[in-house]
Write a protein that binds this ligand. Structure first.
Ligand code: NOJ
Length: 760
């Protein structure tokens, strides 16, 4: 896989000097050769194995089976199935003895001795839980994502797991969708950087190592575009949009060496992904040159019957098989029907061999033929101090300070009232997809406050996020009255986001708003710390609180990290990876939208309540907006405060006109004008003003973190290449079109300096 990366990276077209070009061509050919040689040896082995396999054994390799990790005995039938070569891989076998025994049977007793792969959803940690992926995305930091993935792989591989169903790379623009929690957010550039980092972290640049997990880029594709944020729902994505946005993170994951891809549950433009030949064959294997294997999602093949695309289970098998889906997760359409379909000549054995080869190739990459067994010398070091330290750092990198009326950081001796359903909720702060994380190890805010001798009193006020009882209000008000500052820990329980957990309202559930409003009447300053799987609407209470810190579901080390941030030992460093809506009515919402023929103009916006009764009907002067909300989000993409302030000045551009093989450099001067040292993320956006296809109003193209001492000034530079200006047009060609471009630089997508250049 490594070799393949080199090949991809080297194909960067932007070398224009002859010597470099020459060197490049020599290296490029060299790399291909080495790759081809090592490949040939493996391919020969694969061909040899396949030539000895019966049709039944071949079909067996395409089966991914689950087991119950709770059962006391290893079911006899399962052992028989492995012995007979009827299973290629397992998911969720969370009993080490079963893993060892099943693998032993596969190696010693199955017809060809082909090893099994054991898979698991290791999404944002195995035992040590990191912030949810949307939180990790808020770090805008590849190192943070990579370290989370590395720690996860080290811990999970000790269970014999060598394949994780991650990273999830679904672009998400709708926070009603429960799985936005697992997503990298709304931006394809940021998502691509994270995709690469996750794959590198899981695979450690060498899949053959015992602590490496094969990554699985999922869900292919358009799962996050589900209509109305309703999970599993229909996605309608026109082809240029698919290429310019949704495919981008998948391209990055494959370029980084991800050897597997999972199909999505949804249909896209009328064809379910799991039976979509155009997607799996033409796009994935053709355009993206994918050489690994494609796995279905859980019963997503037979789900095509409910979609109204397949007539029955047999038809499902035919459609998925011919589309190029290699491995079927849990459902058995392949096991039950492929043989019959072969006999009827509806499918070919050549295609069957092709799918088997794709799976065996990954087994070779994982070195399972030589080292099939779980490494016994490796213990996993769950909750190792180093892992906990990285998890704590990840929370600080991910938490987004949305508001601060100079109340944070708190003074050392501040008397604090800690209130709210998530201040001491060990399970809830771990978030979605944490099958293996143990809540006994969770460090909550209240435990961190106790350990750090904070002067605080605690009462939940509401015993869980959806609680509608006001019984706890009285005590909450009492301790609030006796304090200097109220820390309110609100948000959502973990179960309110994740798969099949979409919400129509994104308000704080239960009586949280009522409790915050009651507490506000005490006149004490309120700091709202939100734990949640999605941006939540805080429009109704924003004026009642003095500060808001979004900690997402922060994982095992949420407490100590939040303590450090609130008391200024660390600065919250996250920036929003999604636009934060005012209400659910604004969704879907994303900064990189199109301009429209009547772009939103805050100057002409007339708020609904100021329209006179009986006003003359006219649309003149009106633009694309809601009468009651306007068009802006509550907080824009890229937004986040710290404990100091920065001024951005002197945006300079190296040339105002460039040709199609030139780069352009930009520089901006940033001064820390606040009272503390601090960090920021400098963001560069581009707008292609006129295109043969309309282009987004802004697209993130570069960003750089900076750290400045109080009073310090730094100049940050960026280089934009022609590749950054390209897009896929209506005829699906990547094009570089002449014209004018706006460049925006700032610390979020709405607060930028601007300059322009022309591409000739
Ligand atoms: C269904 C989910 O959609 C997918 O993301 C997950 O990996 C599989 N189930 C396996 O648990």
């Amino acid at each position: 896989m490594k070799k393949r990366n080199h090949k991809k990276e080297s194909s960067h077209f932007f070398f224009n000097r002859f010597t470099l070009n020459h060197l490049f061509i020599v290296c490029y050919l060299g790399v291909i050769n080495v790759y081809a040689q090592s490949n040939t040896a493996v391919e020969e082995k694969i061909t040899r194995i396949i030539s000895k396999m019966t049709v039944d054994q071949k079909i067996g390799q395409l089966a991914l089976r689950g087991t119950s990790s709770r059962s006391k005995d290893l079911p006899e039938q399962l052992k028989q199935d492995v012995k007979n070569g009827k299973i290629g891989a397992f998911l969720n076998v969370m009993n080490k003895a079963y893993v060892d025994e099943l693998q032993r049977i596969a190696i010693e007793e199955s017809p060809q001795g082909i090893p099994l792969i054991f898979a698991r959803d290791v999404i944002h940690g195995f035992k040590t839980i990191f912030p949810i992926p949307l939180g990790l995305a808020a770090s805008w930091d590849a190192e943070t994502a990579k370290s989370a993935a590395r720690v996860s792989a080290i811990e999970a591989s000790s269970f014999g797991i060598r394949w994780t169903f991650a990273p999830m790379l679904d672009i998400a623009q709708d926070s009603r969708w429960g799985r936005i929690a697992e997503s990298p957010g709304e931006d394809p550039y940021l998502a691509s950087i994270l995709a690469k980092a996750y794959v590198e972290g899981f695979q450690n640049n060498d899949l053959s190592q015992p602590t490496s997990l094969a990554a699985c880029a999922k869900h292919f594709i358009g799962y996050g575009a589900a209509i109305g944020g309703r999970d599993y729902n229909t996605a309608i994505i026109h082809q240029p949009l698919l290429h310019n946005t949704y495919l981008k993170p998948f391209e990055a994951a494959l370029a980084a060496g991800a050897p597997t891809v999972m199909t999505s549950f949804n249909e896209i433009n009328g064809v379910p992904a799991s039976g979509n030949k155009w997607l799996l064959n033409d796009i994935l294997r053709g355009k993206l040159d994918f050489k690994g294997f494609v796995v279905s999602d859980w019963n997503s093949t037979t789900g095509m019957i409910d979609h109204g695309y397949a007539k029955n289970e047999k038809h499902t098998a035919e459609l998925s098989f011919n589309a190029g889906l290699d491995m079927e997760m849990t459902s058995k359409s392949y096991e039950n029907h492929l043989k019959e379909l072969l006999e009827e000549k509806k499918i070919t054995e050549t295609q069957l061999d092709f799918l088997v080869a794709n799976i065996l190739r990954v087994k070779f990459q994982l070195d399972l033929f030589k080292n099939p067994y779980r490494s016994k010398t490796f213990t996993g070091n769950y909750y190792d101090q180093k892992h906990l330290d990285l998890a704590k750092k990840a929370v600080i990198k991910s938490s987004v300070l949305l508001k601060n009326n100079a109340i944070l950081p708190l003074n050392k001796n501040t008397k604090v009232a800690v209130i709210g359903p998530l201040a001491n909720a060990p399970l809830e702060q771990l978030g979605t997809w944490i099958f293996d994380g143990d809540k006994k190890h969770t460090q909550t805010p209240t435990s961190a406050f106790t350990n750090n001798k904070v002067n605080f009193k605690f009462t939940e006020g509401l015993s869980y996020s959806r609680d509608t009882s006001t019984q706890g209000f009285k005590k909450a008000l009492e301790i609030a009255e006796a304090s200097d500052v109220i820390l309110f820990f609100g948000g959502e329980e973990a179960i309110l986001s994740g798969e099949a957990h979409s919400r129509a309202s994104i308000d704080l559930p239960g009586k949280q708003e009522a409790l915050i409003k009651a507490l506000a009447k005490t006149g004490k300053p309120i700091v709202l710390v939100i734990m949640g799987g999605r941006p939540l609407s805080i429009t109704n209470i924003i004026d009642d609180v003095d500060a808001v810190l979004m900690a997402w579901h922060p994982g095992t080390m949420g407490g100590p990290a939040i303590y450090e941030m609130l008391w200024g030992k660390s600065e919250p460093q996250g920036r929003l990876p999604v636009s934060w809506p005012k209400t659910a009515g604004q969704l879907p919402l994303f900064y990189n939208h199109k301009s429209t023929g009547r772009p939103f103009d805050p100057k002409s916006f007339v708020q609904m309540d100021s329209i006179p009764v009986g006003a003359w009907q006219s649309s003149l002067g009106n633009t694309t907006h809601y009468l009651d909300l306007g068009a802006a989000p509550h907080f824009p993409f890229g937004y986040g405060l710290g404990y100091t302030r920065f001024s951005y000045k002197n945006l300079k551009i190296s040339k105002t006109t460039i040709s199609k093989n030139e780069t352009v450099s930009l520089s901006v001067t940033i001064t820390n004008t606040g009272k503390n040292a601090g960090s920021d993320i400098v963001q560069l956006y581009i707008q292609d003003i006129v295109g043969s296809l309309t282009r987004p109003v802004k697209e993130l193209k570069r960003f750089k973190p900076i750290f400045l001492e109080k009073g310090e000034t730094k100049t940050v530079e960026f280089t934009i290449t022609p590749k950054d200006l390209m897009f896929v047009n209506n005829t699906l060609q990547p094009v570089l079109e002449s014209g004018d471009f706006n460049v925006f630089v700032g610390n979020n997508s709405a607060n930028t300096l601007k300059t322009t250049f022309t591409l000739n």
